[in-house]
Ligand binder design. Structure first.
Ligand code: NAG
Ligand code: NAG
Ligand code: NAG
Ligand code: NAG
Ligand code: NAG
Length: 557
């Protein structure tokens, strides 16, 4: 049997559409200047689902920065399943006996007119409440994901029990070619990094409108997972760190679950240019006088089909994403690692952490890489194209060719699915996530030593065959969706996060948990295991993180 899974959040059975509160007559009503939203109420949580926050990015607005809504929409029933933005790529892997993932083959209702957001709040909230706000950014490799996959009911319920109530906002942003088409023509047109701009416009929507729901626009925490976590980093780094709108900061804190700095080549670099050319060719726009105008003129299906001729997640070159944020000199002036080193990012307190085995899931596909030479060639061809083969070899050789050193970590010779599996899993998890986390903390604490940061390592799925504590396994834990399973990590992480959201310090107002020291205080990680919370040193694979930092920008993606 073939198990088809989608990377990141949708790896898990996370279709909440069916469990979202049902449309109800006489639901809660919130009046905004441009729209009146009628929501629904269930389990002591009120939900307003699918509120448009931008003009539909269709027709001549396709591949253009999002535009605020400038008309009145009247009254809308904010109770349905909002369209996801067009999704690209899925990962087809062999079914592994005993591995508790899937079935993940979901076809989300999706379409180009997708720029909506969801608001959920405790039913006790009203427009006088001034509650802190969580602004959630979903993951999915900048190719997948949607607000319809996330329901904050349990997290909100927890917050009420703890006396740390908050308001939850999650916004759709454009993905794949719709949100991140690269290339020099796109750059000149001022239309790069559109997905990040969608997130930004949604944050501006929060600043303008959240008070009407009972939220305090001066107490916003941005939080994301995987590509959503990288998006949080990008929101901190956009416009060289100027996060103000109408003179006020759009957010005051950040939580990054699995994703930080992402050293990247510019939007008009050769590999990005090749992506643009491929889309143009596949769309039949190669002979057009203005290829970008041509891409805007073709119908949705033709554009979608052209966009998805590029390799998606399920392919051999999985880690080298065709579509991703890239420096454009304008919105994202430079690569996030460079901006952080220069102190050109929003200097807000943040939490950042990783799953212990970030790379296992994405390494299930390269089953034919069985020797060190093949691994070096593969890494050089698909990932580190700017580095010399020797640089790549030196990096790879920091990882012993010994299953006992690989990921899932701490499992001896077990779980080595194919000859280089555990080594590839260690390297890809480190390159995309774990070591970028440590380097971010190092760069940030060098330029802003007095801005608090905290870091964690999640190990609660230690012992899961093949995968360990795999990428995206945190979603059901932090959203509290596991019923009786993993109660300790869920309550620990929710307590720390909700305190951070309310007090900007995870240690304030938590009971029965160890003190979580700031990362600068001895470089300690909070180890969220299944049974205990202990501090461990942030020193694993230090030679590799130092090498990546020292060799920048050769290891840009
Ligand atoms: C809310 O939390 C309380 C206390 O933990 C629990 O009894 C109740 O079942 C929860 N309700 C929902 C909808 O999660
Ligand atoms: C996913 O599900 C759809 C609808 O059930 C089915 O047609 C398709 O073949 C499935 N894809 C894979 C890769 O299993
Ligand atoms: C989209 O355009 C293509 C090429 O012009 C055409 O074959 C197809 O029928 C169109 N599809 C729709 C839904 O209009
Ligand atoms: C592994 O398979 C991919 C995809 O089929 C192929 O492109 C690649 O050349 C193969 N690599 C090796 C080392 O055989
Ligand atoms: C995390 O904590 C668990 C439980 O105390 C422990 O067994 C494990 O070794 C720790 N993990 C790491 C990576 O140190």
């Amino acid at each position: 049997m073939i198990l088809s899974i989608l990377l990141a959040a949708s790896v898990l059975p996370l279709t909440f559409a069916g469990s979202l509160p049902k449309k109800s007559q006489g639901g809660p009503v919130v009046r905004l200047p441009y729209v009146t939203a009628v929501g629904s109420s269930a389990n002591n949580v009120e939900s307003f689902i699918g509120i448009p926050f931008a003009q539909p990015p269709v027709g001549q607005l396709r591949l253009k920065p999002p535009q605020p809504i400038n008309t009145r929409l009247g009254t809308i029933q904010a109770t349905g399943v909002p369209l996801a933005c067009p999704q690209q790529g899925s990962l087809t892997i062999p079914d592994i006996p005993g591995v508790p993932i899937g079935p993940g083959n979901q076809t989300l209702p999706a379409g180009e007119d997708c720029l909506t957001l969801n608001v959920q709040r405790p039913c006790s909230a009203n427009r006088h409440s001034r509650l802190p706000v969580i602004f959630w950014i979903y993951g999915g490799a900048f190719e997948q994901g949607a607000t319809q996959q996330y329901d904050a009911t349990q997290l909100i319920n927890s917050s009420v029990v703890q006396g740390k109530e908050f308001i939850y906002v999650a916004a759709n942003y454009r993905l794949g070619a719709f949100g991140f088409l690269p290339g020099s023509k796109v750059l000149v047109d001022g239309s790069s990094n559109l997905g990040l701009l969608d997130q930004r416009l949604a944050l501006q929507w929060v600043a303008d409108n959240i008070a009407s729901f009972g939220g305090d626009p001066s107490q916003v925490t941005i939080w994301g997972q995987s590509a959503g976590s990288m998006s949080v980093m990008h929101q901190m780094a956009l416009y060289k760190g100027d996060n103000r709108y109408k003179g006020r900061a759009l957010f005051r804190g950040a939580i990054m679950d699995s994703g930080g700095i992402t050293p990247a080549d510019p939007v008009d670099c050769p590999r990005a240019e090749a992506v643009y050319d491929q889309v143009v060719k596949a769309a039949g726009c190669a002979n057009a006088a203005d290829s970008l105008a041509c891409l805007r003129s073709i119908n949705y299906t033709t554009f979608y089909n052209a966009a998805t001729t590029l390799p998606g997640l399920g392919t051999n070159s999985a880690v080298a994403l065709s579509y991703r944020p890239r420096p454009d000199g304008l919105v994202l002036t430079e690569s996030t690692d460079v901006l952080v080193k220069k102190g050109q990012y929003a200097k807000v307190p943040f939490i950042i952490g990783d799953q212990e085995d970030e790379g296992t899931l994405i390494s299930l596909i390269q089953t034919n890489i069985t020797t060190t030479d093949q691994l070096i060639d593969y890494s050089h061809t698909f990932m580190f194209r700017d580095a010399t083969r020797t640089q790549v070899a030196n990096f790879i050789n920091l990882y012993p060719d010994n299953p006992a050193a690989g990921s899932p970590f701490r499992t001896g010779d077990l779980n080595n699915l194919y000859p280089q599996y555990k080594r590839i899993a260690a390297i890809s998890g480190d390159v995309a996530f774990s070591l970028q986390r440590r380097n971010l903390l190092q760069f940030a604490s060098a330029v802003n030593p007095h801005t608090p940061t905290w870091s964690y390592l999640a190990t609660y799925y230690y012992g899961t065959p093949i995968l360990g504590t795999y990428h995206s396994s945190d979603i059901p834990v932090v959203y509290g969706l596991l019923g009786g399973e993993l109660p300790i990590p869920t309550s620990t992480i929710q307590s720390f996060y909700l305190s951070f959201v309310k007090y900007l310090d995870p240690n304030v107002g938590v009971e029965g948990l160890p003190n979580w020291p700031q990362w600068t205080d001895g470089n300690k990680l909070m180890n969220f295991s299944a049974t205990a919370n202990t501090l461990i040193p942030d020193t694993f694979r230090l030679a590799a993180s130092n090498y990546l930092a020292a060799q920048a920008p050769s290891f840009n993606l």
